[in-house]
Design a protein around this ligand. Sequence first.
Ligand code: SAM
Length: 434
Amino acid sequence: MSEASLGRHLVVEYFECNPELINDVPYIERAMVEAAEEAGATIINSTFHHFSPFGVSGVVVIQESHLAIHTWPEYGYASVDIYTCGEPVDPWRAFQYLKEKFASKHSSVIEMLRGQPSQLKKVPFEAPASASPLDPATLTPEFKRHVWFTDRDEFIALSLRHTGDRLYRVRSPYQLVEVYQTYAYGKMLACDGMVMTTEGDEYVYHEMIAHVPLLLKPDAERVLIIGGGDGGAAREVLRHSQVKEVVLVEIDEKVIEAARLYFPDLAQSFDHPKLNLIIGDGIEYVSKAAKGSFDVVIVDSTDPVGPAEGLFTDAFYRDVHRILSPTGVMVTQSESPRFNVGVFQKLFDTYRRIFGPENAHCYLISVPTYPSGTWSLSFNTKSGIHPLHDLDEARAAAFTEAHGLKYYSPAIHKAAFTLPRYVQELLEPQKVTA
Ligand code: SAM
């Protein structure tokens, strides 16, 4: 009976799947493409996305129609359409293949026969001349993959298209560490689905988190970096020859491993003779470090979830204040005034309380691969160093030239502290929400 219809359409329910597998975009895309191959289809393109808070949607277009999926990891459930036309393609082979790939314990299928001859009537139709069946491009179209990584919250997202082949994926005791090859920004490091850094724009964040404090405090000899396991902040700090020691405390050795394997330009700093790399919890480290033992502390952390949650508390910043020398400076990654408004406001409220209202300054950077693109750093000083008045511009200009910096310059340094009015308003103390 099935031979008689134009198309065969399997409407499939996969139950009790492995939730991890059906929440993994590259894994699902690969499985769907392989299922199409298994069925004997010719693949034209694939488009896959991740959805908030979880779940994946995607489609593989084949010359003989399509395979489509939507998953609900929280129910261990995937619904799949496998629609094929033409006899040599067997949709049941694709069905069986996906059942195994998703580790589904049971499933159900309805097979619909599409375009049954008894209901069809031939009409006069001639294919346009350009669509000659002998045109090799028509016979074997190029397979294009559209697989996307999305960093998002409930309302805002940033998506980067990647090759679909993940280079690194390890679930460490702290987080999921991944490396993707993106088209627009080269390799990208992500922790728990959040963009940490990309080859294409890493210099923005790393130059600004390192050179602003170190050019404002040119006598700094001892620098502590909390987090920063990609190595980028340390690479920039180590350009300052007066620095005698950089202690980098990163909690997750898997981030260091991923950086060493895939970001050698950032990870070069790990082997620098002045770098003391400690795998450990930054919160514990600052609680035990001696009073006044660092001139600059850089908090280069992930967002305030998971292991980094404690890096956003009063207690942690009080410890940082204590371990700074009398003219010491703290710089932090202080989230986005667009993406994480509440956290951003609370952080600056905390800095003002601990360092004094005149000594906590916000500066902005433009990072294309962070959600919203607008990101903030904070500059906090114990002794009232002013981020604009105390900058030795000639020295900063010479430094910029000598190191061929790509984002930092004395002009950008000064401009970064000029805040748009909406950010000024967010930072007014009375605006801080509970
Ligand atoms: N530029 C990045 C951003 O804002 O997206 C931050 C990059 S860096 C890779 C952040 C690092 O902080 C991660 O490798 C993470 O493991 C580390 N981290 C998180 N919590 C930590 C803690 N309590 N102590 C030390 N390192 C921590």
